[in-house]
Design a protein around this ligand. Structure first.
Ligand code: IMP
Ligand code: MG
Length: 422
């Protein structure tokens, strides 16, 4: 396999986990390069369902190596819990998992700060997953973070932990939040450090070794384009680069070694948390929630739902350099008689073909819709593109054309075989 970056083209939850699992057959290693356990990737294997947060989806397959690279923020307790959970489900986790010594750690004060900041923001809150992601990346940028490599020396780690805990407790107190007690917190992190030590390595060197042997890497994006710290609906974003460039800085694999970018997008749009969403629609939300779909894998929150937004996906194709598209959840629209797609925005008497930079402006945009005839048929049994109802084919082709990339995968269910390769 060529080195492939897989990104979400919308606001996250595009169904990346399933597509990654599908493509893993062709890769030798699966690499996470950004985000933390704010992500939730759901994978269905037969009758079994797995939800992964930090560990790449490739862990479910024998003979594949999974890498948590330098750009990820790692909550050591969450990672240990995930490893333990997988082992309990009969999935071996050992030499098939590598953890970068340069990845930053999510510490208990990051959780507390995330919570406290959200509370102070009141109705202007971001709606974070409260996993401490923003404060952890904040410490990274401020050069005050702890890294996975620090876990290797327990004595030194304890010293650094205490110093950071003191400083952050002072901040928490001024915010009226509860300070973090040193114990049992430190003990828990030292125990986690012991469990994680065997996985720790310089993943940059390892990844370059894989490439030198002519093997292929699959980069598993987390979240989506519009949650990107630079290109998303700031400040209603996450704190990492969720777009294709993040795969390079987050792994130490240079841009010219990347061969392909696959963009994953739902056949409609969803978003969790606050922030602009021009095509949000109550009827679409009601319909999908009624089908038991679109509840968050990490927080269980009901996702906001709406029509497909081609203004957003077209811009996402530009930023990420999307070569190929995977459309997921097409089956979610199986029983919708008339389907709408946003092709432009109207703002202040002007027609926009690209989203505005300001989230406040974006929130004022009115979608211009094109309507499509629904197919009113179950699509989940289709295995070839030609087996889809004609109206569904027209719709999927139109989404790819409006986005400006080649359609290569259509997913019509959570299971591995409910996938059409074009
Ligand atoms: P944070 O990443 O927890 O700081 O949350 C910031 C924003 O990103 C919130 O709107 C979250 O709902 C959203 N978010 C973070 N991770 C994911 C994800 O994996 N899927 C969907 N939304 C996410
Ligand atoms: Mg998710």
């Amino acid at each position: 396999m060529a080195n492939t970056i897989l990104v979400g083209a919308q606001w996250g939850d595009e169904g990346k986990g399933k597509i990654i699992d599908y493509l893993t057959d062709e890769a030798d290693a699966v690499v996470r390069t950004q985000g933390g356990n704010n992500a939730g990737h759901t994978i269905v294997h037969g009758k079994r369902k797995f939800v992964l947060h930090l560990i790449p989806s490739g862990i479910l397959r024998r003979g594949k190596t999974c890498v948590i690279a330098n750009g990820v923020v790692v909550d050591p307790l969450a990672l240990v819990a995930e490893i333990t959970g997988l082992r309990k489900q009969g999935i071996p986790v050992g030499k098939n998992l590598l953890l970068s010594d340069g990845a930053h750690l999510v510490m208990p004060w990051h959780h507390a700060l995330d919570e406290a900041r959200e509370q102070r923001k009141g109705k202007n809150k971001i709606g974070t997953t409260k996993r401490g992601i923003g404060p952890a990346y904040g410490d990274k940028a401020a050069r005050t973070g702890l890294r996975v490599g620090d876990l290797l020396d327990p004595k030194e780690f304890a010293e650094k932990f205490k110093a950071r805990q003191r400083e952050n407790n002072a901040v928490l107190r001024t915010m009226g939040a509860k300070p973090i007690p040193l114990q049992p917190s430190l003990r828990h992190y030292l125990a986690a450090a012991k469990t994680l030590r065997p996985f720790v390595t310089n993943t940059v060197v390892w990844l370059h070794g894989v490439m030198a042997r002519g093997r292929g890497l699959l980069f598993e994006g987390a979240q989506g384009t519009y949650l990107d710290l630079d290109h998303g609906t700031y400040p209603f974003v996450t704190s990492s680069n969720t777009t294709a460039g993040g795969a390079c800085t987050g792994s130490g694999v240079p841009p010219h070694r990347m061969d392909k970018v696959i963009g994953v997008m739902k056949a409609y749009t969803t978003r969790v948390g606050e922030g602009p969403f021009p095509t949000e629609n109550e009827d679409v939300s009601e319909l999908l929630h009624g089908m038991g779909r679109e509840y968050g894998a990490t927080t269980g929150r009901a996702r906001r739902c709406g029509w497909f937004d081609a203004v957003a996906t077209r811009y996402a194709a530009m930023i990420n350099g999307i070569d190929e598209l995977a459309i997921t959840n097409l089956d979610g629209l199986d029983h919708v008689p008339v389907i709408k797609v946003c092709t432009a925005y109207r703002l202040g008497g002007k027609t926009l073909k690209h989203p505005p930079t300001s989230a406040a402006d974006w929130a004022l945009c009115r979608p211009v819709y094109r309507t499509f005839r629904g197919w009113m048929k179950d699509t989940s049994k289709a295995r070839r593109f030609g087996q889809l109802p004609p109206a569904a084919r027209v719709y999927a082709k139109a989404l790819a054309e409006l986005t400006g990339a080649k359609l290569s995968i259509v997913s019509i269910g959570a299971a591995h075989d409910e996938t059409i390769r074009l």
